[in-house]
Design a protein around this ligand. Sequence first.
Ligand code: FPP
Length: 240
Amino acid sequence: MGSLSAIPQHIAIIMDGNGRWAKQRGKERYEGHIAGVDSVRAVVRAAARNGVKWLTLYAFSTENWGRPAAEVDAIMELFCKTVMSEAEELCSQGVRVVIMGERSRFSTKVREMIDHIERSTAEATRLTLVLAFNYSSRSEITLAVRDIARKVSLGEIRYEDIDEEVISAHLMTRSMPDPDLIIRTSGECRLSNFLLWQASYAEFYFPEVLWPDFDEAQFDKALEVYAQRDRRYGVVADEE
Ligand code: FPP
């Protein structure tokens, strides 16, 4: 009964339901994203309080570029504003921020904000907050395969030495542990191109609550659910 460790070292969250939350209140979709930032603040606080070391948030997928331009612009603007207003506080809470995703498509301003938040929090050690921003798992894996193939062609890696460790070491998550717990809010039960390789042994939790309603109490509930799970990693449990 119970997991090897009651507190997950790494929690990854698909923050879903901002649009529905806004619609239910007769608001514009972007207002749901604004409300979602309060939930980001709450889970960062709760993760740090509980001793979680890694928190990854799916903030913008590569597929999200297909949304109406006004909504994409609003998310980019919100990202920049949030980075500017939160950098100091995050740093003083001991939160290091890392942005994970393909950066070339961002505007200069967004790239400057990414540099700013990563540089200003680089020394923090209590919690690492990874924002998956223009991230998708298939494209991450494709880039890794391409990189490994290039190294094989240059003689830097022998093809027979390619194993799971080599692949992991070429992913954007190379310096991170795999997620122990993946949460997706809003009742949807899909991974949507998020951490497909890394999720191999993760526990999943799909609360019905929409992301802007996900607060510290909801986070604590997720930890409780996780603590009840029996993680076996493909082997049988010890005889009782
Ligand atoms: C999913 O809800 C949410 C997003 C695609 C964007 C999440 C972004 C934020 C919370 C703000 C980003 C900023 C920072 C600083 C992390 P949805 O729009 O898909 O909701 P729906 O499924 O109800 O339409």
